[in-house]
Write a protein that binds this ligand. Structure first.
Ligand code: PLP
Length: 350
């Protein structure tokens, strides 16, 4: 096996990396692209691929951007980083800050962070603060505190985040030798759809890809400001990672949609949970609920006959299923407890 190359080093020429940028790494990027035969059978699409971003060091794609943001913070002699988060940004910021010996504070919406993400931020030693409000409230507070304190904000309003995240598009292009026909992706704060579009655009401009994919983004029905064309004051969805009412990268998400000839649409929580269970039970891939919005969208568009001629598509699975164990528990009833005998077990699994 070749020596692992840090993401920052591997894509140095395509990132705002200088000789002074520390080559910070926890092994981010280089995530698996896995074929999804169950979805191919169901949709009739020749090739459906899953980009498993839950395989990143802290279990979500946030690590790609966070490694850049924290490395640049170190380069600029910062001593502390701050972010608002629905959970995964917090877990990622806390990990890379620990690695880089920076202080880290994370501001979360109280009661709406999946337990796996919360315990990561705690384990990595971040200051964890919950505000009585939504993610949008938390981000507003972070902007306010960031303006007066000597801290670096590492939300996706930090441009290095988007730069780091675009590397996922390069990886996909490298694998296929071209861009796929279409990309399906969950949309929350809209940084990731922005990042992928930038990555695919740069890959095409440099001749690494002959085309750019059609971009299909999916918001949860109860948190779909881009679909509705207006902020959502009280966003609601069980997919907490995309429970966002005023996306920071709204305009660039619209640009990705329009320049690619794609769409940003809403999927219901029911469709999200169905896709989530399908991925786990048919494909053997356990992602978090927000991630399954991409596959829920794929299924809906395929069923509506809107994907003819799209022969190779990629669904981005943004985070690991273990992030939200409580949601997984709801997929089945209680675990049976029986006497330790063959008779009892055979009866229980009959
Ligand atoms: C952050 C996140 C999203 C949403 O990404 P945006 O860049 O905010 O649109 C989706 N899924 C998971 C698991 C996330 O952590």
């Amino acid at each position: 096996m070749p020596m692992p190359v840090p993401l920052i080093e591997r894509y140095a020429a395509r990132l705002p990396v200088t000789a002074k940028t520390p080559r910070l790494t926890l092994g981010e990027g280089g995530t698996p692209l896995v074929r999804a035969p169950g979805l191919e059978r169901e949709t009739g699409i020749a090739e459906v691929w899953l980009k498993i971003e839950g395989a990143n060091p802290t279990g979500s794609f946030k690590d790609r951007g966070m490694v850049m943001a924290v490395a640049k913070a170190v380069e600029s002699k910062a001593t502390a980083v701050l972010c608002a988060s629905t959970g995964n940004t917090a877990a990622s910021a806390a990990a890379y800050a620990a690695r880089a010996s920076l202080r880290c504070a994370v501001i979360l919406p109280a009661g709406y962070v999946a337990v796996g993400k919360l315990v990561q931020a705690i384990a990595f030693g971040a200051h964890v603060v919950a505000v009585k409000g939504t993610f949008d409230d938390a981000l507003r507070v972070v902007r306010e505190v960031g303006a007066s304190e000597d801290v670096t904000i590492v939300n996706s309003i930090n441009p290095y985040r988007i730069d780091g995240q675009k590397t996922a598009a390069f990886e996909i292009v490298e694998t296929f030798g071209d861009a796929p026909d279409a990309l399906f992706i969950p949309v929350g704060n809209a940084g990731n759809i922005t990042a992928y579009w930038r990555g695919f655009t740069e890959a095409a401009a440099d001749g690494l890809a002959k085309k750019r994919p059609v971009m299909y983004g999916f918001q949860a029905e109860g948190a779909a400001p881009i679909v509705r064309g207006a902020p959502v004051e009280h966003p609601e969805t069980l997919a907490t990672a995309i429970r966002i009412g005023t996306p920071a990268s709204w305009q660039t998400a619209l640009a990705a949609r329009d320049e690619s000839g794609g769409a940003i649409e809403a999927v219901s929580d029911e469709q999200i949970v169905e896709a989530y269970a399908f991925l786990a039970r048919v494909e053997g891939v356990f992602c978090e609920p927000a991630s399954a919005a991409s596959v829920a969208g794929l299924r809906a568009l395929a069923q509506a006959g809107r994907l003819r001629g799209r022969d190779r598509v990629v669904c981005v699975l943004t985070g690991n299923g273990l992030k939200d164990p409580e949601r997984a528990r709801t997929l089945a009833g209680e675990v049976l407890e029986v006497e330790p005998s063959g008779v009892a077990v055979r009866e229980a699994i009959a």
